[in-house]
Structure formats: C-alpha cells, structure tokens
Write a protein that binds this ligand. Structure first.
Ligand code: MRU
Length: 358
C-alpha cells in the first residue's frame, strides 16, 4: 500500500518511495498544479515536507497527518543521527512539523502517535527505530484509507436518487490517503447506482473546489456542476439542493467543526432553506481537549492569496485583505457527523464522547 496510483487503482495523493537512495522518500502529487499538471514532488528533507504542507502541495486534514508521519521518518533519514541522539532528532522533527499549519488536528494527532511509538524504541539503533517508525507511518496511512471507506458506508444513505448535493473545498481522495471523507459519501452513493448531481463550490481564495473536487468527480464519473461560492443560496432557493456535505479540519467535543472558510456560511444557508447539513470526518479529526469551537486555532494566510487568483492580481497591489483559511460551524447547524464508527446524531457532547469511546 505504499506505491503511487497505477491505472485502475484508487487515486492517492502521497506515498512512500523506498527506491529513492539512500533511505527512501515521501512523494506526493503537487496539488497546487492540479488540474493542469499532474506533477510528483519527492521530499528527501524535513524542510521539503514542511514546505509542501505549508504551501498546500499536500493538503486536507487527514493527508496532512499522513504527510507529517512520513515527514518524521524523512527527518531521521536526512540527518542520519547517531544511535544516542536519534530521539532528540525525532523530537525536533515533530516540533518543526507541528508549526507548518495550525488548524487540522490530524497533524498533531499523527505526530503524537509517532512520538508515542518512538518512546518504546529508545534501546534501538536509529536505523532499527527508523524502520519501526516507517511501519507506523504506513499503518497511519492504511488506517486512514480504511476509515475513509467506512465513512462512505456510514453516510451513503444521506444521498438519495434525484438529489442535488452541495460540497465545499476538497474533502476527497486528494485530502486523505485515498477515497476522501465528504466525497467518500458521494463515491459510495454513486457506486451503489444512485442518480444525483453534485454542485461544487469553487472555494476562494485557493479554489480547492474548482481545481481539485471538480477534477476528482470528473475522474470518478460523478455528475457535477461547478458554482461560484456566492451561488449556493440561489441553488438552494431553486430547490436544486437537498443536502450539503463537507469535511472538517478539527471538531470540538461539543460538535463545533472547523472547515474551509465559507463552510459556516453554507451551513447558515442550509438552515435557512431547511436543507440538512452533514460533516464527514474520521475520529482522528476530533479534538477531545476542546470544549467548543472558540478555542480552535484558525490559520491566517498571506493576503496575496486574496489579492490574486492563480497568480493573477485582481485588485490593488497594496489592498488590505483578510484571509482566514477556516471558519467554525456551530454544532446546532450540523444535522449529523458521518464517521467511520457510525453517524453522530444528534450532534452533542454525549454522542461525540460515546463515539470516541467505541
Ligand atoms: O486548506 P486545505 O485545502 O487544507 O483545507 C482543506 C479542508 O478544509 C477540507 O475540507 C478538510 O481538511 C477535510 S479533508 C477530508
């Protein structure tokens, strides 16, 4: 399960290439180039992994977590630490990767898991420890893929024949190990032969909907129409949409869910039109340390992302811009959270804690 996608295989955004000398490398599809170009990046340094996460060459909460897990191994390989200092090197690599992006909790979840695995390896040489940690990163990757497929099974019934479905950003294969979260629900309903139509929000400023979700849905043969973000209300008012489904980057224990900027507005619109609004996410996206969404750290990105579209400036060079990358949808606007362990409904602390204990 560590190879890039081949024809007929699932779309995978990142993989470990053991053939890169001397110790292997993390490879990924450069998502900033899609859909125009499918270019592979090979990361042999910790900094290359950090930059790839920061620049959104790999993005989407679960995929960021998987990339960080492999990034720890890349960090050990790069410095070939002596047997007595490898645990320090690993700690530094984790601290560095944790500063790449703040909102997706999957990043911190994966780094914690790598750190906890390493605690039991202190008596090993760095090469022996590195091998065990590489296996842990593969396990994180494989478990994420399994969770995504299970999310599809849990959620597929929310899409019925004849439905219009709105999704925002990209919560597809590209955002995970494979198959996606919100798009897993769409893919599973499609594989079951249901006939429905997806409206894809373009998702300004970085256009993950237009560039990535549109590309993925086309590849999978799912009927889809691209809309600008400000068109969702009209689609709902015209009764063309029957359900909204998005992913999440971090979900507090009361169900407040951070996701790509614009998700909150979509949830408000869905409530105003009496349309169910679902969030799909694996258990690695829940943050049991946060009582509600007000404490979720929101990434603020460079103003130039708002000043331009695909590198083309659309406003004054020095125009002040506001660029939060995520917003928080309050739990009361979420009809249900689709997880690999079942549907969380109603969305409250009791139901979330019960799911996390399963
Ligand atoms: O800034 P991005 O592209 O990493 O934001 C991604 C999202 O907001 C996704 O909806 C979320 O991470 C869920 S991915 C399964």
């Amino acid at each position: 399960m560590t190879e890039p996608s081949k024809p007929g295989e699932p779309l995978r955004p990142l993989w470990w290439n053991a053939d890169v000398r001397p110790h292997g490398a993390l490879e990924m599809i450069d998502q900033t180039r899609l859909p125009g170009e499918t270019r592979t990046i090979t990361c042999t340094t910790l900094d290359a992994v950090w930059q790839a996460i920061k620049r959104l060459q790999v993005r989407g909460a679960p995929a960021i977590g998987v990339a960080a897990a492999y990034g720890v191994v890349v960090g050990l390989n790069e410095f070939e630490p002596t047997d007595d200092v490898w645990p320090d090197r690993l700690r530094q690599a984790c601290e560095y990767l944790a500063k790449s992006r703040p909102t997706a909790v999957n990043l911190f979840w994966a780094l914690d898991r790598m750190r906890n695995r390493a605690k039991k390896l202190r008596n090993l040489t760095w090469l022996e420890a590195r091998d065990v940690l590489l296996k842990e990163a593969h396990a994180i990757r494989d478990e994420d893929a399994a969770m995504c497929h299970a999310i599809g099974v849990t959620g597929q019934h929310v899409i019925q024949d004849g439905y219009g479905v709105i999704t925002h950003c990209n919560a597809g294969a590209l955002a995970t190990s494979e198959y996606g979260t919100a798009l897993a629900v769409i893919y599973t309903a499609h594989q079951q032969g249901r006939k429905f139509h997806v409206f894809v929000d373009e998702t300004r400023p970085l256009l993950q909907g237009a560039r990535l979700t549109a590309w993925e849905l086309k590849l999978a043969g799912v009927d889809a129409t691209l809309i600008c973000d400000n068109m969702a209300a009209v689609i709902m008012a015209q009764r063309k949409a029957h359900v909204v489904i998005t992913g999440a980057d971090r979900i507090a224990v009361n169900g407040d869910a951070a996701n790509k900027i614009g998700t909150y507005g979509l949830a408000v619109l869905a409530a105003a039109h009496n349309i169910p609004f679902y969030v799909a996410a694996p258990s690695s996206t829940f943050d049991a340390t946060l009582k509600n969404g007000s404490a979720i750290p929101i990434e603020h990105r460079d103003a130039d992302e708002v000043r331009s579209v695909l590198g083309q400036r659309i406003t004054l060079e020095d125009m002040p811009c506001y660029n939060p990358a995520f917003d928080v949808t309050p739990a009361h606007l979420i009809s249900g959270i689709v997880t690999e362990k079942g549907m969380i409904y109603p969305v409250d602390e009791q139901a979330i804690r019960a799911m996390l204990r399963k």
